[in-house]
Design a protein around this ligand. Structure first.
Ligand SMILES: Cc1cc2nc3c(=O)[nH]c(=O)nc-3n(C[C@H](O)[C@H](O)[C@H](O)COP(=O)(O)O)c2cc1C
Ligand code: SF4
Length: 398
């Protein structure tokens, strides 16, 4: 298996460190919008923010909108617990991200981009400003990019204020408009009516960073990595009880077992895949694959060693959701409070069959009736821990 890491200890480099993003941008400058969208679609690139929506298709929808101006937003909120790969991309490979945003602008017909930066990454702001200034000076950003008369695009950086929900694209847009960070109803989608009610593409930092690499090396270079349903490679942030935490790059389809071997976490009893909103996978299922068709993830991998109390983990995640719920809808606002209280209680007293049924019904209601992905995914960790580690509860009543 082809593994590349930084900040880990395997020692090789990421694909991004070998890429020439400006060569990708130069190529994009010679292509028309349809050809650009065609290349991104042919690569099979899917969004790296978690949901895995096909990037070419998102751009095609935005391209089809006739209202202008259109906007390109880079989601650099990176709030999912255990995720830190976008931070590395922004600190070491910001040129790739900005090139990718400019290419997206050309593809959909947008001349304005906004990078929404997580509040805790304020320290990256001066560095990113420098990169933007350098790119403007070099003719890689601003009016008539690379001398192309139909290729103008510029980017501004806007700061988040530290809310997890503002990583959700519609809450992010509300926040950019100066309002409370709260999810909007769907429809319409942001590609139809996003920032200021205008057509808007929102993509993750890593999604944009792959774009100039795909243009430089060709869609096939990308699509031949990974699996049929999940083409390409992606970055994983690996943390927790392992000897070599860090940022690792793998083609999709890698098993959890392989990843634990490389990160020095072979004796783990569980791995949380996808952060607080993801799934807790027990050791018996470590042959499962990291791919959209099996274990989908925004890149967060948290390793739990043999001594971890898994219901303390569940309690910690539930407290996080209780605090981060924006409070707009009842299933999420009250559901997370009740679930948190229940976990505290069951850690002391265990859980009988009736109590378990009530909690499972509450979780199902949250998953189906919450307004946005935060509430819909909030019970996931608890449910997977209950499914796999009920024996750890006092008296094992569950
Ligand atoms: C509660 C919540 C938090 C999210 N946080 C992020 C985030 O920090 N970064 C991100 O790229 N996507 C995040 N997303 C997903 C975005 O809503 C959106 O799907 C993504 O930015 C689209 O980009 P992509 O297609 O390139 O993945 C979050 C979603 C939810 C429901
Ligand atoms: S699900 Fe939670 S975060 Fe999303 S709108 Fe409802 S209360 Fe807000």
């Amino acid at each position: 298996m082809d593994v590349k890491t930084v900040h880990g200890f395997v020692g090789s480099k990421l694909s991004f460190s070998e890429a020439n993003g400006d060569a990708g941008l130069k190529k994009a400058a010679t292509m028309d919008a349809e050809a650009l969208i065609g290349a991104v679609s042919a690569s099979g690139l899917k969004g790296r923010g978690g949901a895995g929506f096909p990037t070419g298709m998102k751009w095609k929808f935005a391209r089809a909108e006739t209202r202008t101006p259109k906007y390109i937003i880079c989601n650099a909120d990176e709030g999912e617990p255990g995720t830190f790969k976008d931070r590395l991309i922004l600190s070491d490979f910001a040129d790739l991200v900005f090139a990718g945003m400019a290419i997206a602008g050309k593809a959909v017909g947008a001349e304005k981009g906004i990078l929404y930066l997580r509040a805790e990454y304020e320290w990256l702001h001066p560095h990113l400003d420098e990169v933007l200034a350098r790119r403007r000076k070099a003719g890689l950003l601003g009016p008539d990019i690379l001398g192309g008369k139909n290729f103008s695009f510029d980017i501004e950086i806007r700061m988040g204020a530290g809310a997890y929900v503002c990583g959700e694209e519609s809450a992010l847009i509300e926040s950019l408009e100066g309002k409370r960070g709260e999810a909007r109803n769907r429809m319409p989608f942001p590609v139809q009516a996003g920032y200021l009610g205008l057509p808007t593409v929102v993509n993750n930092v890593e999604t944009f960073a792959w774009v100039p690499c795909i243009l430089e090396k060709g869609p096939e270079w990308f699509s031949k990595m990974g699996t049929q349903k999940s083409p390409g490679a992606r970055l994983f942030s690996i943390s927790g009880d392992c000897k070599k935490p860090g940022i690792y790059e793998y083609p999709f389809g890698v098993s959890l077992r392989q990843l634990l071997k490389d990160a020095g976490g072979e004796n783990a009893k569980a791995v949380q895949v996808g952060g607080a909103s993801g799934t807790c996978v027990p050791a018996s299922k470590f042959d499962r694959k990291l791919a959209f068709e099996d274990l989908a993830t925004g890149g967060s991998i948290i390793v739990f060693g043999p001594d971890r109390d898994m219901f303390a983990v569940a309690e910690n995640f539930q407290q996080f959701f209780e605090e981060e719920s924006c409070g707009q809808c009842v299933p999420c606002r009250l559901g997370n409070m009740r679930l948190h209280e229940a976990i505290v209680k069951m850690r002391e007293e265990g859980l009988d069959a009736k109590g378990e049924m009530v909690l499972r019904r509450l979780a199902a209601t949250m998953q189906s009736a919450s307004k946005c992905g935060l509430g819909q995914s909030a019970p996931n960790a608890f449910l997977s821990i209950l499914d796999n580690f009920a024996g750890e509860l006092p008296r094992g009543k569950a």
